[in-house]
Ligand binder design. Sequence first.
Ligand SMILES: Cc1cc2nc3c(=O)[nH]c(=O)nc-3n(C[C@H](O)[C@H](O)[C@H](O)COP(=O)(O)OP(=O)(O)OC[C@H]3O[C@@H](n4cnc5c(N)ncnc54)[C@H](O)[C@@H]3O)c2cc1C
Length: 287
Amino acid sequence: MADVIIIGRGPAGLSAAIYTARAGLETLDAGPMGGALMKTERIENYFGFPEPVSGKKLLENGAAQAARLGVKFADEEAVGISYGSGFSVSMASGKTYEAPFLILATGTSRKAPQIVGLKEFEGRGVSYCAICDAFFYRKKEVAVLGSGDYALHEAQALLQTAAKVTVLTNGENPTASFPPQINVVTKKIGSLYGDGTLKGIKFQDGSELPAAGAFVAVGVAGSTDLARKVGVETKGNVIVTDQNMRTNVPGLYAAGDCTGGLLQVSKAVCDGAVAGVSVSREFHRKG
Ligand SMILES: Cc1cc2nc3c(=O)[nH]c(=O)nc-3n(C[C@H](O)[C@H](O)[C@H](O)COP(=O)(O)OP(=O)(O)OC[C@H]3O[C@@H](n4cnc5c(N)ncnc54)[C@H](O)[C@@H]3O)c2cc1C
């Protein structure tokens, strides 16, 4: 058990980890190295570098700095979180990690796929959280939109209550190993249909799949996907925090691009520092 788990290994997550580790907290930073910065060849507006630096180099330096200070890393994607006496984070490998404090720093949430009807049926068949909404679809046929570990995690949560679970990869090759109880359909999706509430999915080849629910789990779990699972207040794609980077869920903080505002390294590093200091103070106060 760690004192704090940070999900995300970008500038916000690494900065938070540096602060919590230096304050003496057992810190686990969970997530693959990646995110927005990996795609950036030249950064020349971040303080302290007379010459442009690549995003990769900046991340490698930050990770080495955090490791030197004692931060532990779990180099894989988080697919779910739950909240009981503390936080439990489920990873793509099936491992879980627990801690009394959690910081979400997974960057900007990816956009939902552009599928006709998806927006229209949000809250009336379309859901972004299996754990939250599976109950409403007990003994009904449901679909999960996605093809990787996050889709597998959501489908497994639905298997416990739904009559039938079909994963729709929308033309992608599945990247997770789906068990035989989960049907996998790789056809391209055309649209979602219904009459006020969702009734099913039409494929581009004209065939249809009846479904009362469609759960969106495309790509990796984004910050707001994870946040919604434990009732964190979100506004669009952004997690709502106070000036200490606290969310409305006690013990849960967020930092960086996932909290909106200026989408820049300097703001992500600042948010991470504020979240790290806030968590450390709260930890020692309770302690
Ligand atoms: C093309 C491009 C150019 C840019 N140029 C600049 C620039 O010149 N200067 C500047 O200041 N900013 C620039 N930015 C913005 C900057 O990259 C971001 O503001 C900054 O990286 C945000 O940091 P973050 O830690 O919040 O998120 P990110 O850097 O996106 O890091 C998020 C981390 O979370 C991880 N993650 C995501 N989902 C999960 C999950 N489910 N489980 C575990 N881990 C997960 C990712 O792998 C990643 O490690 C640029 C962005 C882009 C896309």
